[in-house]
Design a protein around this ligand. Sequence first.
Ligand code: GCU
Length: 476
Amino acid sequence: MKTKNLAYVATIVLTAGGLAAAQFPGMRLTPAQMAKLKAQQRATQADHRYMMDILHLKRLRPGANGMNPKAPNADNTDEAKANPYPNLPDPLISNSGVPITTPTLWWTLRRPEIVQDFDRDVYGYVPRNVPKVTWTVVSEDHGISHGIPIVTRHLIGHVDNSTDPAITVHIPLTLTIPARASGPVPVLIHFGFNFSPAMLKAFLAMLKARGVKLPPPPKGPGWKQQLLDADWGYAILIPTRYQADNGAGLRSGIIGLVNHGRPRRPEQWGALRAWAWGASRALDYLKTDPAVNAKEVAIEGLSRYGKAALVTMAYDQRFAIALVGSSGKGGATLYRRHFGEQMGNLAGSGEYHWMAGNFLKFDATLTANDLPVDSHELIAMCAPRPVFISYGSPKVEGGWVDSRGSYMAAVAAGPVYRLLGKRGLPSATMPPLGVALLSGDIGWRQHHGGHTDLPNWPAFMKFAAKYIKAPPPLKQ
Ligand code: GCU
């Protein structure tokens, strides 16, 4: 299989349900892989239980079952039942009831309040004492990609672990820039999945055994080539290298290092915020690289990394633009919606590590309607900067990601964009599949395929061109 195909297969298929073999019972693993997975699951269960205990939560409401439509808790895909809590918190009324009528009130009162609410109850606070990261360029390659000369720098961000030398945390990053640029280039940071070849092989074998046919990759240049063609560079960041994608890993990685290997407290950051922290540290490096225009740095990710991309963009105002792919619940989709994935999925042992521990309360003693914020305010935190929201087709991708719930959130973020002199979405009505909304400062497109953002890249590049001006290539 060609590399491009492999990457495509990896993004569309492996991300669809997460990588844990537990979610794919037919997947054959070696005894060693299986033992490792079992131990990890036990440690995750114990950590999840510990968090419930310190929050005094007896029981969580179970999430939706997206695999079996006959299950009693099968995921809802009936629009008539999708809005049990239609009233969203107003992004332009402060928690104490002050109408937010000026940009100054937004910046000084309302936005900080929203940030605090997300920190405390949804994604968790980044602790004050997160150690410093020192970047080194390990090596540099020169090459040619589709006729464009490129330079790739392999970097490592070393996290200072002098307070706890037993826990080592590194942030690997590869940066590729077009060598022909006449000035500093815009760069897109891509949150990348990291599949071991063994896992990928086992997974593909399972799909073959089940007779699952993979759709062909989209025609035309891949995302890297589209960026290079537009005189951008790109950087690949693998977030699981500095924070694992499971609850067992909360006692190591950057979250564990800050806590000296002890469990996290309910208000502390989860993996999404930790992944976003890594992207911010990568941007710190980019600011020091003379080949990069650090004012034109974009962030992109799909699925759980679509959530991470939106969290990065919302919190770190140095990011210029974002492409948020199929982010669903925990990302751009409204928590108050009852469609597809539910709070109970995010609060369960398979996903709670993405969120703050406090989030679990909203799936136990409280409900989504008690959240002081909702995802429209995460989008509003990005304002006035441009955000492009991408999904596939509800038929092919499925209802799990609740694209309509994201559209509603994007519409509801509009008043904040307008207050800041920008435009949100140009229409309150969802456009048909394949129609891109590019005229506002929130962009939108749903393609006809499944769980990937690749077919929406050309639309994103058009949207981005309104804001990002890459330097022309040098004349040969
Ligand atoms: C699961 C999960 C989603 C997540 C997705 C992914 O489906 O429920 O919230 O976005 O995995 O990241 O692959």
